[in-house]
Design a protein around this ligand. Structure first.
Ligand code: HEC
Length: 145
C-alpha cells in the first residue's frame, strides 16, 4: 500500500514539474505586447512588414512569388495552385505555420513574425482587404477559400 502511495506521489510530482516547463514559453510570449495587437494596425500595414519577413524566412523554399519550388517539392502559397483553403480560417493557418515553421525548428520565430507573415499570405490570397483593421481575436472569422 505504501509503495502505491509513493508511486502516486512521485508520478504526480513529475506531472507538476513537466506542467511548469511546458507552460513557460506561453508566459514569456505574453510578457511582450506585440505591435500586431495594437488597435490601429490594418492587415495591409502588417502585411508590409510580413513581406520582408516572408522573404527572409520562407521564400527560399516557397519562392519569392509564393509559387512553390518543384525541385524542393514545396507547395504554392498563393496564386492559381495554392490550396490554403484547407486551413479554413486565418486562425487555422496561423496555427499551422506556428506549429510547423520553420521546418526543423517550428515555433521558434517571434509570435509577431508569424502574425505579420500570416497577414502577407492573407493579402496575397485576397482573403482580407488591406484597409481592414487587424484584430488577432477575430482571425477565426476570416475565411480562407
Ligand atoms: C526549408 C524549406 C521551407 C521553409 C523555410 C518554409 N517552408 Fe513551408 N513548406 C515546406 C514544405 C516542404 C511544405 C510541404 C508540407 C510539408 O512537408 O511540411 C511546406 C508547406 C507549407 C504550407 C502548407 C501549404 C499547403 O498547401 O498546405 C504553408 C502554409 C507554408 N509551408 C508556409 C510557410 C511559411 C509562412 C514559411 C516561413 C515562415 C515557410 N513555409 C517556410 C518547406 C518550407
Amino acid at each position: 500500500m505504501l509503495r502505491i502511495l509513493l508511486v502516486l506521489v512521485v508520478s504526480s510530482g513529475i506531472a507538476v514539474v513537466s506542467g511548469c516547463t511546458s507552460s513557460s514559453p506561453t508566459v514569456s510570449s505574453t510578457t511582450t505586447i506585440p505591435s500586431s495587437t495594437q488597435p490601429s494596425n490594418t492587415f495591409g500595414s502588417l502585411s508590409q512588414t510580413g513581406q520582408g519577413l516572408y522573404v527572409s524566412n520562407c521564400s527560399q523554399c516557397h519562392g519569392t512569388s509564393g509559387q512553390g519550388i518543384s525541385s524542393l517539392g514545396t507547395p504554392a502559397l498563393w496564386g492559381p495552385t495554392a490550396q490554403l483553403g484547407k486551413y479554413n480560417t486565418a486562425q487555422g493557418l496561423l496555427n499551422y505555420i506556428t506549429s510547423t515553421k520553420p521546418p526543423g525548428a517550428p515555433g521558434t520565430l517571434p509570435h509577431e513574425t508569424y502574425v505579420d507573415v500570416l497577414c502577407y499570405l492573407l493579402i496575397q490570397n485576397n482573403a482580407v482587404s488591406g484597409s481592414s483593421l487587424f484584430n488577432e481575436n477575430q482571425l477565426n472569422a476570416v475565411a480562407l477559400k
